[in-house]
Design a binder for this molecule. Structure first.
Ligand SMILES: NC(=O)c1ccc[n+]([C@@H]2O[C@H](COP(=O)([O-])OP(=O)(O)OC[C@H]3O[C@@H](n4cnc5c(N)ncnc54)[C@H](O)[C@@H]3O)[C@@H](O)[C@H]2O)c1
Ligand SMILES: O=c1ccn([C@@H]2O[C@H](COP(=O)(O)OP(=O)(O)O[C@H]3O[C@H](CO)[C@@H](O)[C@H](O)[C@H]3O)[C@@H](O)[C@H]2O)c(=O)[nH]1
Length: 443
């Protein structure tokens, strides 16, 4: 069985590499020639723990290769996994241009019957359109099947998620039952529960899963905001509600809102998908609004405790949208950096991995430090935006020692209020009472 993967972003690379690790022969294709060149040199274009080693291992074993030549990728393929991007358009809907380009390319280059397996997150109805496009464009003597197989991996733990996921969803129409069996057989060795359904339901499962998780986050963030006002503590409240098995403890970490390449785009796309069938998804609209508000909250709090931010040095600790990734797409750090600069502050940022990516997206006036201490030295306030282990391991006493005024605004609740009191820092976190260490100069 020859497998091709279209796209070498997170999903394409993890899919291709993990299928090779499972013993399949895989060739990955991308339109970005520099990505393919790096991969051919055995370098991963993204930071994901364990991925580069697994790429190298499977290239050496001769099971995994990379090409920028579409004929080489698709000519011999029995199965093509579509893992190209589906980014957000201005109106919030998913941009399907890359999917369409990949489909045209497969149709142009295929020399065998082919099963197209869509891993990209695509609006309901897209796989049906992929089938129609393929039927129109493919060589008439060859057959195609279309299977929806949404991906649920999380960045930072993507390889673990591939091998130990909660479920595998395979959607197809009745006429593609044979293709479903082929795809199911590929996944069988993983022993992960598999569910088979129709195309539209599989597509909807992906959006509904992300929308539900985003809802949980916005919900707990709102509870945290209320906790601050009524004197309750979010840590205890989240723990207490999570003990109810019907609710569960996961995704109840209050903070500065969700970011990343999926939740922000997929929630907006689902609002659009609903809107297209004249259904206003008011609950999800509120989830998005709460998230936007949450991302700005820390700067508002900074103004309250630091005073006017003009001319102040602010340390921004953590740029990636979550730990263990170098991805800064839709990261709260970007919103915060823009706001701080808008207020006239000088921003000195630190991140252990994501600085190269940040430099491409952040305002040019952001300065970058090589270490946490360098970022906080002489600072008037420090924002903790990503809960990297390195940041969590830095005692608050270090902030007290190196900052001009030790005001720490922690968007990820990395420390306990007790430690803040012991360390004599002003510590403002989410859903807990502020810890005030004294009166500081505000002008
Ligand atoms: N990132 C995640 O954690 C994640 C998880 C689950 C699902 N998804 C979904 O999977 C899809 C891909 O996400 P990603 O984060 O890997 O995207 P990405 O933007 O990181 O990568 C997409 C890749 O596709 C390539 N590409 C574009 N057009 C192409 C074409 N015609 N042929 C071949 N390659 C082409 C791009 O050059 C890029 O390298 C999206 O729909 C996303 O919503 C992402
Ligand atoms: O309790 C929580 C959990 C997460 N987050 C934030 O939510 C965002 C997303 O986190 P996470 O879900 O861990 O990362 P992603 O890699 O974006 O993965 C999500 O998006 C992927 C793309 O669709 C899906 O495949 C995954 O199942 C889904 O978890 C990040 O900003 C986190 O900081 C919180 O604020 N509180």
């Amino acid at each position: 069985m020859n497998i091709a993967v279209a796209g070498t972003g997170y999903v394409g690379l993890v899919t291709g590499t993990c299928l090779a690790e499972m013993g399949q022969t895989v060739v990955c294709f991308d339109v970005q020639k520099e990505k393919i060149a790096a991969l051919q040199q055995r370098r991963s274009p993204i930071y994901e723990p364990g991925l580069e080693q697994l790429i190298q291992k499977n290239m050496s074993a001769g099971r995994l290769s990379f090409t920028a030549d579409e004929k080489k990728a698709y000519g011999e393929a029995d199965i093509v996994f579509l893992a190209v991007g589906t980014p957000e358009q201005e109106d919030g809907s998913a941009n399907l241009t890359y999917i369409e380009e990949a489909v045209r390319s497969i149709a142009r280059n295929m020399e065998k019957d082919v099963i197209i397996v869509t891993k990209s997150t695509v609006p309901v109805g897209t796989n049906e359109r992929i089938r129609q496009m393929m039927e129109r464009l493919k060589p008439p003597f060859l057959r195609i099947s279309v299977v929806s197989n949404p991906e649920f991996l999380r960045e930072g733990s993507a390889i673990h998620d591939w091998f130990y996921g909660d479920r595998i969803v395979i959607g197809a129409s009745k006429e593609d039952e044979e293709a479903v069996a082929v795809v199911a057989k590929l996944y069988e060795p993983l022993g992960i529960p598999m569910m088979k359904t129709d195309l539209a339901s599989a597509e909807m499962i992906k959006y509904a899963s992300n929308a539900f998780l985003a809802t949980k986050i916005s919900f707990i963030n709102e509870i945290a905001n209320i906790c601050e006002k009524v004197g309750a503590t979010i840590d205890d409240v989240a723990y207490g509600i999570g003990l109810d098995k019907r609710i569960g403890p996961q995704f109840l970490q209050a903070g500065i809102g969700y970011g990343g390449s999926c939740f922000p785009k997929d929630t907006k796309a689902l609002v659009q998908i609903a809107g297209n069938v004249q259904h206003r998804f008011e609950l999800l609209e509120a989830v998005i609004q709460v998230n936007n508000k949450q991302q700005s909250m820390l700067v508002e709090k900074a103004k309250q405790y630091v005073g006017c931010l003009r001319g102040k040095k602010i340390a921004l600790l953590g740029l990636a949208f979550k730990p263990n990734t170098d991805d800064v797409r839709e990261a709260a750090s970007l919103v915060i950096a823009n706001q701080l600069i808008g207020e006239g502050a000088t921003v000195v940022a630190y991140d252990p991995i994501a600085v190269d990516n940040a430099k491409k997206h952040f305002p040019p006036s952001v300065q970058y430090a090589d270490a946490i201490i360098e970022a906080i030295r002489g600072a008037d306030a420090a924002f903790i935006v990503t809960e990297w282990d390195e940041i969590k391991r830095t005692p608050l006493s270090v902030f007290r020692e190196h900052m001009r005024t030790p005001i720490v605004l922690d968007g990820r609740n990395c420390y306990s209020p007790e430690e803040a009191r012991r360390s004599h820092v002003t510590y403002i976190s989410i859903g807990r009472a502020p810890v005030l260490a004294g009166v500081y100069q505000t002008e």
